[in-house]
Design a protein around this ligand. Structure first.
Ligand code: TUI
Length: 313
C-alpha cells in the first residue's frame, strides 16, 4: 500500500505506532519497524540518557527506519532534540506543544519531522517552519488531547497544508485506515491498538483493562487545568472529576495524577493509576504480534475499499 507517507519514510505500510509514554519502548518500536510500519520510541517524561539508550537498543533490533516521539513538556526536551540528531534518528514526531525552536537543527541534519497537531492553525505554522508531514490527532485519542474530532480535523488540515497528513484518534482497524484515506490522509497513527501487541512490555493488568473496555469507558480529566487527558475510567478518574467539578486547584489535581501513568503501566495499578487509552478501546481486544496487526489492518482496509467500489456500479 503505497502513499505519500510510505514514500517519505521508506516504509511498507502507512501505519505509524503512537509514541506512547512509558509504553513505546525499543522493543515495540523495532517490532513495528520490522513489520513494515513506522515504530516510535516514546520519550514521554524520560531523561535524555534513557532515551539515548532506547535508541541504541532499537538500532540493535532493526535495520528499518524508526522514530522518536518527543513530548515537549519533558524538562529534558532540549537534550532529547539534540540526541536524535547526534544518533542519526531518521524521524521525529512531537506532541503536547510546538517544536518550532528545534526545526532548523533537525532539518539541517536531514531528520524527517512530523509534528502532531490538533488544529489547523498549528498545522499551518508547522508546515511554514519546515514540517515534512503532520499527524492530525483527534480528540478520540488517548492521553493528552485537543478539542476537534478526527472526522472534522483531518479534512480541514488536509485542505490547509500541502505536506502529507497522517490521521490519528479513534482508528483501530482496517475500516479506520480506509476511512482516514477517504478523508485525504496518507496514513494512520494508532496507539490504543498497539497497547495489546505481544511486543508491548506493559503490565498485563493494563492490557486486560483495555481489552475489556467498552465504547463509553474513557473519561477526560484536566479540562479545567488546560491539560486534558483521556483515560479509562477508574477510582482515580472518578475522584479527579469530582474534585474538578468542586473547583479544586491545579496542585491538588496534579497530586492525584502524579506518576499516574507509570503506576498503571509498570505497577499494574489500574485503579489508582492513569490508564491512558483512546475511545477506540472498546474495539480493541485481540492480543497479536505487531506483524499480525499491521497485516490484518492493511488487508481489511483493502477489502472494505474494494467492497465499497461496488457502490459506484
Ligand atoms: O502528546 C500527545 N499525547 C500525549 S502526551 C502524554 S504525556 C502527558 N501526560 C500528562 C499530561 C500531559 C502530557 C500523553 N499523551 N498527543 C499529541 C498532541 N499534541 N495532542 C494534542 C497536542 C497539542 C496540543 C496543544 C499540540 C500542540 C498544542 O499547542 C501548541 C501551541 O503552542 O500552540
Amino acid at each position: 500500500m503505497k502513499t505519500r507517507i510510505t514514500e517519505l519514510l521508506g516504509i511498507e505500510y502507512p501505519v505509524i505506532q503512537g509514541g506512547m509514554a512509558w509504553v513505546a519502548d525499543h522493543h515495540l518500536a523495532a517490532a513495528v519497524a520490522n513489520a513494515g510500519g513506522l515504530g516510535l520510541i516514546g520519550a514521554g517524561g524520560a531523561p535524555a540518557s534513557v532515551v539515548t539508550e532506547q535508541i541504541r537498543q532499537c538500532k540493535a533490533l532493526t535495520d528499518k527506519p524508526f522514530g522518536v516521539n518527543i513530548m515537549l513538556l519533558n524538562p529534558e526536551a532540549d537534550a532529547i532534540a539534540k540526541a536524535v540528531v547526534d544518533m542519526d534518528v531518521k524521524v521525529v514526531t512531537t506532541g503536547a506543544g510546538s517544536p518550532e525552536k528545534y526545526m532548523a537543527m533537525w532539518k539541517e541534519a536531514g531528520v524527517k519531522v512530523i509534528p502532531v497537531v490538533a488544529s489547523v492553525a498549528l498545522a499551518k505554522r508547522m508546515e511554514r517552519c519546515g514540517a515534512d508531514a503532520l499527524v492530525a490527532e483527534g480528540t478520540e485519542s488517548g492521553g493528552h488531547i485537543g478539542e476537534l474530532t478526527t472526522m472534522a480535523l483531518v479534512p480541514q488540515v488536509v485542505d490547509a497544508v500541502s505536506v502529507p497528513v497522517v490521521a490519528a484518534g479513534g482508528i483501530g482497524d482496517g475500516r479506520g485506515l480506509a476511512a482516514a484515506l477517504m478523508l485525504g490522509a496518507a496514513g494512520v497513527q494508532m496507539g490504543t491498538r498497539f497497547l495489546l501487541a505481544e511486543e508491548t512490555n506493559i503490565h498485563q493488568n493494563y492490557k486486560d483493562r483495555v481489552a475489556k473496555a467498552s465504547d463509553i469507558d474513557t473519561q477526560v480529566t484536566g479540562r479545567s487545568t488546560g491539560h486534558p487527558v483521556r483515560i479509562l475510567r477508574n477510582a482515580m478518574s472518578r475522584q479527579y472529576l469530582k474534585l474538578e467539578k468542586e473547583g479544586a486547584g491545579f496542585e491538588e489535581l496534579e497530586y492525584l495524577t502524579l506518576g499516574g501513568l507509570k503506576k498503571a503501566v509498570v505497577d499494574g495499578d489500574i485503579k489508582n493509576g492513569s490508564v491512558m487509552a483512546g475511545q477506540i478501546a472498546g474495539l480493541v481486544s485481540k492480543q497479536q504480534t505487531c506483524a499480525q496487526m499491521i497485516q490484518e489492518i492493511v488487508q481489511e482496509a483493502e477489502t472494505v475499499m474494494r467492497d465499497r467500489l461496488a457502490l459506484l456500479d
